[in-house]
Write a protein that binds this ligand. Structure first.
Ligand SMILES: NC(=O)C1=CN([C@@H]2O[C@H](COP(=O)(O)OP(=O)(O)OC[C@H]3O[C@@H](n4cnc5c(N)ncnc54)[C@H](O)[C@@H]3O)[C@@H](O)[C@H]2O)[C@@H](O)CC1
Ligand SMILES: Nc1ncnc2c1ncn2[C@@H]1O[C@H](COP(=O)(O)OP(=O)(O)O)[C@@H](O)[C@H]1O
Ligand SMILES: [K+]
Length: 465
């Protein structure tokens, strides 16, 4: 069976997957051999002839380092191996014994081209002791290129916690076998540099989280008309600018018809955007395929009424921004829902739904998804999507320029547009998150939310079948 390179595993699942490979006939030593050789090859290629210092710890991460060192030596690359601690696992001991070159004591301060950090990987359970922290940071300062084996040492694999403040930044992190949550979670993710993944044959783990893949979006069918492509109702509220931004993005994300619902026509409505001043009465139109409520809604009693009207209409709905602070367990409606909270809105929702707010973000998002019977897109630098049936999708690192006012309104518009096209909440959240990241990439630095909305069509074109 081909390996699964899209899953994101926690340490227990990784160990179980490795155990399954061993039971299936691949000895642990062979797994280490595959991982270590690939690691050595990355160091050789990225080093481009420069010498490599391999810093080895006591566990299997250190074992990978000895294998990498052997591979490098065999290819004529000058290698210095430093054993920070003696190997303790059988495989690491064997790997060290097979390395024919000298192994230096930890006080040796090598310097030069490439540092390969094989001190600790997924087995790190507590902060680095002072001597190892000083060794790692000292070596990092003395090397031009830093590569982490599996994870930078000092990172907790499941949570992405940085266990030692002041860890060095890495240029490349070579994940071994499968992605771990720390590769994508804050605060660890920005320390990793570019991410690469080595295949050691790890098979798909049922129920594992997955990295967001590029969606495959179809052009309108030959017999398409605007209603068949999806009518999206965007509810305007106290501050209509936000809803206008959402509507602009929605118009470019695939829906055939985007209507702004308001009691009076706000200023600044583009000629291409229909503004229905019958307002909430327009929700009775059976052709409304999806609803977006929240951007610029306000938090007044009237806002609660508008949210409830949107929910009573019982169409697939995106609930964003202010509406998230008004949603309650007893709120009406049974249609598919997408909630798009940032950290603050998440806390408000957890309080409203009586949830504990403890644990990693993916667990918190899953708990809310189940309690609110909704797909939850938890936003931030490490956005992720959880659905009530237990699926988690991890967003890849996105442009930090997305941290601009109105960016969330654009995302909500993109998701709502996709929801109007096909009605599948999890898929719409995935497509919207991908389009948001791709539009940002195309916008480059220092864009406005308006630029982002305007780039939606270009992002969509990249995902067309
Ligand atoms: N198990 C397998 O089949 C494979 C494992 N691989 C490698 O194995 C790594 C995981 O190996 P391990 O589970 O041995 O874990 P690590 O090599 O990350 O280190 C764990 C060891 O360090 C000790 N330790 C943990 N925190 C410490 C601290 N703060 N200070 C001092 N000692 C500390 C532990 O007691 C244990 O002895 C992966 O990251 C990957 O690099 C790869 O070779 C692929 C195959
Ligand atoms: N540092 C960052 N890196 C990547 N994406 C970010 C970062 N900060 C925020 N974002 C993204 O930008 C959007 C901000 O949305 P939100 O917080 O609702 O802002 P607003 O209310 O101003 O629209 C979210 O999609 C979030 O994931
Ligand atoms: K490491």
């Amino acid at each position: 069976m081909p390996a699964d390179l899209t899953q994101v595993l926690d340490v227990a699942a990784m160990r179980a997957a490795e155990a399954a490979l061993i039971v299936g006939g691949t000895p642990a030593q062979e797994l280490m051999e595959t991982a270590g050789r690939a690691l050595g090859e990355w160091a050789r290629r990225l080093g481009a002839g420069r010498p490599v210092t391999v810093l080895c710890g006591p566990g299997n991460n250190g074992g990978d380092g000895y294998v990498a060192a052997r591979h490098l030596s065999e290819h004529g690359v000058p290698v210095t191996v430093i054993a920070a601690r003696a190997p303790t696992t059988p495989e690491a001991m064997t790997a060290r014994a097979l390395y024919a070159g000298a192994v230096q004591e930890p006080e040796v301060m090598a310097s030069g081209g490439v540092l390969l950090d094989c001190l600790f990987g997924s087995g790190l359970s507590r902060p680095l002791p002072d001597d190892l922290f000083a060794l790692l940071t000292g070596l990092a300062d003395r090397h031009a290129l830093r590569i982490a084996a599996d994870l930078p040492s000092g990172i907790e694999a499941n949570s992405g916690a940085v266990l030692n403040p002041g860890l060095p930044m890495f240029d490349v992190t070579v994940a071994l076998g499968a992605w771990k949550h720390a590769h994508y979670a804050m605060p660890a993710a920005p320390l990793m540099g570019a991410l690469r993944l080595v295949d050691i044959g790890v098979q798909a783990v049922p129920g594992a989280a997955r990295i967001l893949a590029k969606p495959r979006i179809a052009s309108p069918a030959a017999d398409a008309h605007k209603y068949r492509r999806g009518l999206l109702a965007v509810l305007a509220g106290a501050m209509p600018g936000a809803a206008l931004l959402s509507a602009e993005a929605a118009q470019r994300a695939g829906a055939g018809y985007v209507k702004l619902l308001a009691s009076t026509r706000p200023e600044g409505v583009a000629p291409s955007l229909v503004c229905d001043v019958t307002d909430l009465a327009a929700l009775a139109d059976p052709r409304v395929a999806a609803i977006l409520v929240g951007p610029g809604l306000g938090r007044s009693t009237e806002a609660v009424g508008r949210l409830n009207a949107a929910l009573v209409a019982d169409r697939p709905v995106v609930i964003d921004a202010d509406a998230l602070t008004l949603l309650k367990p007893e709120s009406p409606g049974t249609a598919p829902r997408v909630l798009t909270p940032h950290q603050g809105e998440m806390a408000a929702l957890e309080a409203a739904f009586g949830l504990s707010a403890i644990g990693p973000r993916r667990a918190r998002a899953l708990a809310l998804a189940v309690a609110a019977r909704a797909v939850v897109l938890l936003k931030g630098p490490d956005s992720l999507i959880a659905s009530p049936d237990g699926y988690v999708t991890i967003g890849p690192r996105a442009s930090t320029w997305l941290s601009v006012a109105g960016s969330g309104d654009v995302l909500a518009g993109m998701i709502a547009s996709r929801l109007a096209v096909h009605g599948d909440a999890h898929r719409a959240a995935q497509e919207g998150l991908w389009l948001h990241g791709e539009a940002a990439r195309r916008c480059g630095p220092a864009f406005t939310a308006g630029d982002l909305a305007a780039a939606t069509g270009y992002a969509l074109s990249a995902a067309l079948l």
